[in-house]
Design a protein around this ligand. Sequence first.
Ligand SMILES: CC(C)(COP(=O)(O)OP(=O)(O)OC[C@H]1O[C@@H](n2cnc3c(N)ncnc32)[C@H](O)[C@@H]1OP(=O)(O)O)[C@@H](O)C(=O)NCCC(=O)NCCS
Length: 211
Amino acid sequence: MHAIPARVRDTGSMAIALPAEQMVTLRDGTPVRVRPIRPDDAPRLIEFHSRLSMNTTRLRFFTPMKRLSATFAEHLCTVDFKKRCAFVISPLDSDSIHAVGRYEGESRHSAEVAFVVEDSFQGKGIGTILLDRLVEHARAKGFDRLTAVVLCENLNMLTLFRESPYSPEITMQSECAFVKMNIAVPGPAVAAQKRRPRSLAPVPRLRTAEE
Ligand SMILES: CC(C)(COP(=O)(O)OP(=O)(O)OC[C@H]1O[C@@H](n2cnc3c(N)ncnc32)[C@H](O)[C@@H]1OP(=O)(O)O)[C@@H](O)C(=O)NCCC(=O)NCCS
């Protein structure tokens, strides 16, 4: 994994420091970028969404969603990287989107995470990479807990959380699983890489913009 210098996004009224991009290698050897989302990603997010299967959109939004509206896409792409944050997976040579991982702050110390990976890119370690990146960033912003709500049938997502080193507590209630992870202790992202060597090529720990 290699750090790519952080950039600043000019919002007109105030500049937002974008978290650093990282380069990672997927399980199948494909190098990709983990980069912060930007407002100008809205058309790319709509395009990404249009490539998702109905089952993938249903697992993400709990209802099959054929297309993403421009307004919702703009909302999802415009984040402050404090209370709301999102990283996307892009190829090295373009900004097109293959996956998104995000958190939305729900209190000062807790944020809810959600992920969606393009069907043909699932099972290559991207979900795990995005979780580690979100944990690293959320911890730097003062969060000590991440939560998620997942359909009980979503074994891939639940396995990803269960195998994570963030002390997951999972409670099943009706059709939903409620996940709580403790991210207060520094260093688990490194542990995650060691415990899940198939997700990433061996890499040194990297410093990011918020450190
Ligand atoms: C759930 C999801 C985000 C996981 O992302 P991913 O990139 O596929 O996950 P990873 O490759 O990091 O795999 C994590 C674990 O899930 C399981 N898994 C994921 N995809 C799998 C597949 N196609 N076949 C078998 N197992 C799979 C594996 O157990 C894997 O564990 P491992 O690392 O020990 O092999 C992705 O499948 C997805 O977008 N699903 C649809 C949307 C969704 O469910 N969102 C969650 C709402 S919060």
